[in-house]
Design a protein. Structure first.
Length: 415
């Protein structure tokens, strides 16, 4: 698979772009080349040294962005000479001036000129020399908010093979219905993962004297195709299990500890499971070839004894799930595809579940109580790896809020 597609856009270097030329890679449904900023006559103002992008270049570039977003996603490269053949190939590196500044201008145009706004779009430059000349890369994932339109033209566009074309009203209606059906499918996949979890805890014997306490994280790709063949043998796609992480709060720091266990990989139907089990404790991480994932920590406790939820288990399980998504996306060659994640606290029988503090663990560090047998938190979106800290802090906030209290201030994480 081409590095230009499989790598995170921030990791792409000049050698990856040379690969497009050496391997005679043609334009297609996920790649578009432009020699420079397009112009009807002469050079675009930016190319001539002015501090603005012409309207024609802006619309031409954003048509490609909208077309990718309304189809299967793709990457636009500006600064590559094209051949005359159809579909065109990249034949040489030309570069555009003031590439770093141009990236910021294009980001603003994407933000202001596309409706509804794109949830995710990466714009990056790759330097081609000692000055600020470079190649502009714009990577657009398939969008769950499609169809999008370009405001200046009031038109919707879609990518077809090596061309971007206007959409008809019928196509816009069909795409709207298709996206709605896709979102319904995503909901059903989340439901399926939860039903598998409930079928496990249903048959755990409690004898009326024990209590089941569990935390769960489920992840599902939102749009786009993801698949890892023979995932059991592909360790690059196996889930992440890191039992020791660290958070910081106004000078205070604490390890977020999960059980120190060795997880054993075993094959499951079109997936892989990493698991460990001991008396009164079970930990399982399932990752399927289509990108669906489930992370579960289940504890069976004596009801007369300690009966509380380790907040560090809840947070550590969520952390492992999020980083497993990052790892799986790279293995599948789709580093920017969006995932949804659903977190849950479960205990049976119902009543009250005490929750301990992130500062210290144990029955003497209780911060609050959950009063429902199952607490499913609002879903989060996993997009850029730069958002990891935000996702972790949001999960902490939701856990504390579910207990009726405010979370700690000024939290930071260490990866």
């Amino acid at each position: 698979m081409l590095d230009i597609i499989a790598k995170r856009i921030e990791d792409i270097v000049l050698e990856d772009i040379h690969q497009l030329i050496v391997e005679f890679v043609s334009e297609g449904d996920q790649i578009e080349y432009k020699r420079t900023l397009p112009s009807k006559k002469g050079d675009d103002p930016w190319i001539k040294g002015e501090d603005r992008i012409g309207d024609y270049a802006r619309n031409n570039i954003l048509e490609e962005v909208v077309g990718f977003a309304n189809a299967h996603g793709g990457t636009l490269l500006i600064g590559l000479e094209e051949t005359k053949e159809k579909p065109a190939r990249a034949s040489d590196i030309v570069s555009v001036p003031k590439a770093t500044e141009l990236v910021e201008r294009i980001k603003l145009q994407i933000r202001d000129c596309i409706d509804p706004p794109l949830i995710l779009c990466h714009v990056h430059s790759v330097a081609t020399g000692s000055n600020d000349d470079g190649i502009i890369l714009i990577r657009v994932p398939a969008s769950p908010m499609a169809p999008h339109k370009l405001k200046p033209t009031n038109e919707c566009y879609i990518r077809r093979s090596d061309r971007t074309e206007k959409m008809s009203m019928r196509e816009i209606q069909d795409l709207t219905l298709s996206v709605a059906r896709r979102l319904e499918t995503i909901d059903s996949r989340f439901v399926n993962l939860r039903e598998k979890f409930l079928s496990k805890v249903k048959y755990i014997p409690t004898d009326g004297t024990k209590r089941i306490i569990a935390v769960r994280a489920a992840c599902v790709p939102i749009l786009g195709d993801t698949f890892v063949d023979n995932i059991f043998r592909n360790r690059d796609a196996h889930p992440v299990y890191n039992p020791q992480r660290r958070i910081y709060e106004k000078g205070f720091e604490r390890d977020i500890g999960m059980p120190l266990s060795t997880l054993i990989p075993t094959p499951i139907l079109r997936g892989v499971r990493l698991s460990t089990e001991s008396t009164g404790f079970r930990l399982e991480q399932d990752v399927y070839a289509n990108g669906d994932m489930s992370f579960e920590v289940i504890k069976v406790s004596e009801s007369q004894g300690e009966d509380y939820l380790f907040s560090s288990w809840f947070l550590g399980n969520a952390w492992n799930a999020i980083e497993s998504v990052y790892k799986f996306r790279k293995a599948a060659g789709v580093p920017d595809i969006e995932f949804g994640v659903e977190l849950e606290v479960f205990f049976r029988p119902g009543g009250v579940l005490k929750v301990d503090s992130l500062r210290r663990s144990g029955p003497h560090a209780i911060i609050g109580e959950i009063h429902h047998e199952s607490g499913i938190f609002p879903r989060y979106s996993i997009r850029s790896e730069d958002e990891l800290e935000m996702l972790i802090i949001q999960s902490i906030t939701d856990l504390y809020n579910s207990c009726g209290i405010e979370p700690p201030d000024a939290l930071k994480i260490k990866r």
